[in-house]
Design a protein around this ligand. Structure first.
Ligand code: NAD
Length: 437
């Protein structure tokens, strides 16, 4: 099997490396020439644990190639994957399909009969059908199939997620498409990963439904956390009590500053638009979006309260700015809302993040950057945990407290045991922790 992967971002690069590791020959194409040049030199443009080794191994084995030129890669391919970005369209919240359709136009002149074109990008219902329609216009002479294969990997554990998926979802309306996709994922059969074949529309919608459900779960526990604070319960205990119920499960029941990232916010917004357009509005999901937006703002206020009611002339030390640990991805991170709000209210921000600094420097002007929690905490009035990187769990709280001016600790990820933080001299505030919020 020969694969052409269009887009060498978080999804394209990981998928390409994993498919190569299955034994398939993959050419990863990106129109960002600098990115391709880096990849050819062995420089991985994103931070994803284990990805550098996986890429190096497969490049060395001759199964993984990089190119900024589409024609040759498409010509040789049995399957062409579209793994380009589908951001929010400015102004109306729809998924912006510009990159997808541009890629379709670019690949059309080079496809041969038998090729299977597959969307890995998250695309709204009807996109595969539209790709097929456009390709038929551009290449009436070629017999091809268009499939949908939404990706469920998570940044930070992307390789494991790709190679040990709960399921592989394939939407296809043709026998040839199904045959090729079955063969492609055959190596996962040993791991008993089910391939779920559905219609293209169902596959496309299922990806949005999954993300909206998870966003709802996070938002649910966040609201329960607020209630815990008001009634003297502990959200960790509540979550532990409900999680063993197989109908609920333990994942995505961690209260925090609100969901962010490259997927949930944009996919929730796009699904809301799709549903409204279809005159079947998802009022529950509309509420999720509203609550989550308000939550990030409320977190800034919470920090302000910890600073004594105002952050004017106060110094806030922030541990972590990425939307979650083990990634350098800053897209829609809560830090991008919370930190500028604090700055606007007069705070000086000091920050550190094991992988987020270079993007953070671009996206968070005016923030002073440091390379460790200890340096960041120096002379700060308030210490805030925004991302639960492991290295922050292991810090010596007593030492941090010693170098700080103030004693407030706002732990928006419930990383520290309140008793330990208090023993270190902090006034501790977590999320949804009885008497500690
Ligand atoms: P990304 O922005 O990291 O990568 C997209 C890449 O595509 C970029 O490098 C860009 O240069 C390249 N590109 C765009 N147009 C191109 C073209 N015509 N030819 C060649 N290259 C082109 O995006 P991502 O995070 O990998 O997301 C890709 C898709 O996968 C999105 O639809 C996203 O919703 C979905 N998805 C993402 C994740 C995730 O965790 N990031 C998980 C599941 C699904």
């Amino acid at each position: 099997m020969k694969i052409c992967m269009i887009g060498a971002g978080y999804v394209g690069l990981v998928s390409a490396a994993c498919f190569s590791d299955f034994g398939w020959k993959v050419t990863c194409v990106d129109k960002d020439e600098e990115r391709v040049a880096d990849l050819k030199r062995g420089v991985i443009p994103i931070y994803e644990p284990g990805l550098d080794d996986l890429v190096a191994r497969n490049v060395a084995a001759g199964r993984m190639l990089f190119s900024s030129s589409l024609p040759d890669a498409v010509k040789a391919a049995d399957v062409v994957f579209l793994a380009v970005g589908t951001p929010i369209r400015r102004g109306d919240g729809y998924a912006d399909l510009t990159y997808v359709f541009e890629a379709v136009e670019e690949l059309a002149p080079h496809v041969d009969t038998g090729v299977v074109i597959t969307t890995k990008s998250t695309v709204p219902v009807g996109t595969s059908r539209e790709i097929e329609r456009r390709l038929k216009v551009l290449r009436p002479d070629v017999d091809f199939a268009v499939c949908s294969n939404p990706e469920f990997l998570r940044e930070g554990s992307a390789i494991r997620d790709f190679t040990h998926p709960d399921r592989v979802l394939v939407g296809c309306d043709s026998g040839r498409g199904r045959q090729v996709m079955e063969r492609l994922y055959e190596p996962l059969a040993l791991r008993k990963a089910p391939i779920v074949f559905v219609s293209r529309e169902s596959a496309e919608l299922a990806k949005y439904a999954a993300n909206a459900f998870l966003a709802m779960k996070v938002t649910f526990i966040n609201e329960v956390a607020d209630l815990c604070e008001s009634v003297g319960a502990d959200v960790g205990e509540v979550a532990n009590a409900v999680a063993p119920d197989g109908r609920i499960g333990s994942k995505f029941l961690h209260a925090g500053p609100g969901y962010g990232g490259s997927c949930f916010p944009k996919d929730v917004t796009a699904l809301i638009r799709t549903a409204r357009e279809a005159k079947a509005p998802l009022s529950l999901i509309e509420q999720v979006e509203k609550v989550n937006t308000e939550r990030k703002i409320a977190m800034a206020t919470r920090i302000e309260e910890a600073a004594g009611g105002s952050v004017r002339t106060k110094t806030i030390a922030v541990l972590g700015v990425t939307f979650k640990p083990n990634t350098d991805d800053m897209r829609e991170a809560p830090s991008l809302v919370i930190l500028p709000m604090l700055q606007a209210r007069g705070a000086t921000i000091r920050a550190c993040d094991p992988q987020g600094r270079s993007k953070g420097e671009e996206l968070l002007p005016g923030v002073a950057w440091f390379s460790s929690a200890l340096e960041t905490a120096e002379d700060a009035d308030v210490l805030v945990v925004l991302t639960e990187w492991n290295e922050f769990r292991a810090v010596d709280l007593k030492q941090l407290r010693k170098v700080m001016r103030g004693d407030a600790l706002v732990d928006l990820r419930n990383v520290y045991a309140p008793s330990l933080a208090e023993a270190a001299g902090f006034t501790y505030r977590g999320v949804g922790r009885a008497g500690k919020a």
